[in-house]
Design a protein around this ligand. Structure first.
Ligand code: FES
Length: 115
């Protein structure tokens, strides 16, 4: 584990997110009101691309595939796959699971992620 440059602070707009590769690991970097955060890039349900989802209330990321929602700070799954109707049947085999989060810090204009 070591802090590694993921991107420039200018690469992620305020309130937005973007996907980067850091030491071979795909991560999403978020630029939230209280600072930069980072999570795994893939949803823990069936690997949906979180960077193509939405940030809700400046705190949660919603997966674009089946709308699971994760707390960006903790990775907790606060809402599990629920769309389209019927997807819940798959949840027997894919139970609720958090996503990985990474410590982040800013040095100069660089966003560093501890991967
Ligand atoms: S892949 Fe993300 S909710 Fe299904």
């Amino acid at each position: 584990m070591a802090y590694t440059r993921a991107c420039s602070v200018n690469d992620v707009p305020a309130g937005g997110m973007a996907r980067f590769k850091v030491n071979g690991e795909a991560v999403v970097v978020y630029n939230l009101a209280d600072g930069f955060r980072a999570t795994a890039a893939s949803c823990s349900h069936v690997f949906g691309p979180l960077a193509r989802g939405k940030i809700l209330d400046g705190q949660r990321v919603q997966c674009p595939l089946h709308r699971a929602e994760f707390d960006i700070k903790t990775g907790e799954a606060v809402k599990w796959a629920c769309f389209p109707p019927g997807v819940q049947l798959m949840n027997i085999f894919r139970p609720k699971k958090p996503i990985k989060t990474y410590a982040t810090k800013v040095e100069g204009d660089a966003v560093l992620v501890d991967v």
